[in-house]
Write a protein that binds this ligand. Structure first.
Ligand SMILES: *Cc1c(COP(=O)(O)O)cnc(C)c1O
Length: 369
């Protein structure tokens, strides 16, 4: 694909079809990449490796069989929002908005806040969707580099807030792909310094066990964004956000009328009453993470960064070659070999069996390059 097509003017070249009509900034980006994982040990997408127990699957099947698929879903998910409010301890006075995954909610917020010239800011590196949604919505994106150790560079971030006056700030807490959990006092300073909306993306809250949910009432410009994906329900596509009612009322206008389908609503209502199963899985993944981190750190030439999520960021001598060598051994991880995470791979914590396969493959890969 040639990006010359994006700006054909003055080249004596007549664009036709999509290149003539699609926005140049869309022509210029790549689609979100999901690696082919058939037959692989899949450690690239922060999925929970454990399936639901058989008995629970059968009960869930029964629940889903009673959903009236001939009817549209409840547009705002009334029962599900009430359930989440209790289970996730959303403070009194805050409202909740549901999304088709948290990706949906990120897009809704950027669309609502994309006044002409408005800025979206985030610490960098981070979750790729923030900058993609900035492109889709037409917001100006400003990434502020974190420090070499992946901690938040607070003075630099505060300077950038004063300079760019962002309408929207996304902070993944803890961050993807680094696993770093920024200091709570630093986050508070960012919220206080920013006039626009600060969104804490708590996709990994079950692993970090830290949250700003209970502090929402203190800050009129704070939103907490969550997903059930990393908890073990990635296929269900359910995200939710909590914030002061004024923000939720505006974002509610932007979402698709039926953005969370009936099967998702029914499954979530059922599973949120049985959260102990998923939380026990998360607990065992946390233990595996810490064990695996110690084991990987013993390999020669490797740095393992502290992680509060269900993945490890690992610096190796040559990330591209290690990625390929792992792939040859049927282990799929994510290469994040660029910028501050140069020569890094991101490894999702799998089941104990998968982690053993990973360790063997990684030792062999490092020996072979
Ligand atoms: C995985 C991830 C998401 C995406 O969550 P979905 O609900 O599956 O769309 C959002 N934010 C961060 C930081 C993530 O790592």
């Amino acid at each position: 694909m040639t990006h010359a097509n994006a700006t054909p003017e003055g080249r004596g070249y007549e664009a036709t079809g999509p290149e003539k009509f699609v926005r140049p900034e869309i022509l210029a980006i790549q689609a979100y990449h999901v690696g082919d994982s058939a037959g692989m040990v899949k450690l690239d997408a922060m999925e929970n490796p454990f399936p639901l127990p058989d008995a629970l699957r059968r009960e869930l099947g029964d629940v889903l069989s009673r959903v009236d698929l001939n009817r549209y879903p409840d547009p705002t998910g009334t029962a599900l929002r009430a359930k989440l409010r209790g289970v996730m301890q959303v403070p009194e006075g805050m409202d909740i908005l549901l999304g088709n995954g948290s990706d949906d909610l990120i897009q809704i917020m950027t669309v609502a806040l994309a006044r002409p010239g408005a800025t979206l800011m985030y610490p960098s590196p981070n979750f790729i969707m923030y900058s993609m949604d900035a492109v889709f919505s037409g917001m100006k994106a400003v990434g502020v580099p974190v420090r070499e150790d992946f901690s938040l560079d607070l003075p630099r971030f505060l300077d950038a807030i004063r300079e760019h006056r962002p309408a929207l700030v996304f902070i993944a807490y803890p961050n993807n792909p680094t696993g770093a959990l920024y200091a709570e006092e630093d986050i508070v300073e960012v919220i206080r310094a920013c006039e626009g909306l600060v969104v804490l993306d708590e996709a990994y809250h079950v692993f970090a066990r830290r949250s700003f949910m209970s502090r929402l009432p203190e800050f009129p410009n704070l939103a907490v964004l969550r997903t059930v994906s990393k908890l073990g329900l990635a296929g269900m596509r359910l995200g939710y956000m909590a914030a002061h009612p004024g923000w939720i009322a505006q974002f509610n206008k932007v979402r698709q009328a039926y953005n969370v389908n009936s099967l998702t609503q029914a499954a979530a209502l059922f599973l949120l009453d049985r959260l102990d199963v998923l939380e026990a899985q998360a607990e065992s993944l946390r233990i595996e993470r810490d064990r695996l981190a110690r084991e990987i750190a013993l390999l020669p030439g490797i740095t393992v960064y502290p992680s509060e999520a269900n993945f490890l960021l690992v610096r190796v001598p040559d990330a591209d070659r290690v990625f390929e060598a792992l792939k040859e051994r049927r282990v799929l991880v994510r290469s994040v070999n660029a910028g501050l995470t140069r020569n890094c791979i991101r490894i999702t914590i799998g089941s104990p069996d998968e982690n053993r396969i990973l360790m063997d493959a990684l030792s062999a890969a490092l020996g072979s390059i």
